[in-house]
Ligand binder design. Structure first.
Ligand SMILES: [Cu+2]
Length: 110
């Protein structure tokens, strides 16, 4: 099965466990929003916007973030990470998810 979602859809999915955890722990929503998860993934670039600083990757599962395999768009942080990369390339990358934002903080051909 192929799962595809937009960044916005990913954010909505991620908000559910974060909000549930906040209630269970009696924490404040503002504290829950600061939860940061990181994970390493492998995948193939399906689209890249170097000027806009975004990259779309069809990636495999990333257990540390709780993601199944999917295709999604990340913001590159910093955007210069995308220099020299192109669509169709197989890459290894590090993803960081903080609240509503999914960023790639490292990416290299693999
Ligand atoms: Cu994903």
């Amino acid at each position: 099965m192929k799962l595809t979602h937009s960044l916005r859809a990913a954010s909505i999915l991620l908000l559910v466990p974060i909000a549930t955890g906040a209630v269970a722990q009696g924490g404040k929503p503002s504290a829950a929003a600061a939860v940061v998860k990181t994970g390493n993934g492998m995948g193939t670039i399906t689209a890249i916007d170097a000027k806009g600083g975004t990259v779309t990757i069809k990636h495999g599962p990333i257990p540390t973030i709780g993601w199944p395999a999917m295709t999604m768009t990340f913001r590159a942080f910093p955007p210069a990470l995308l220099k020299g990369l192109r669509s169709g390339q197989r890459v290894a990358f590090t993803a960081r998810v903080k609240g509503m934002a999914a960023e790639v903080t490292a990416i290299s051909p693999h």
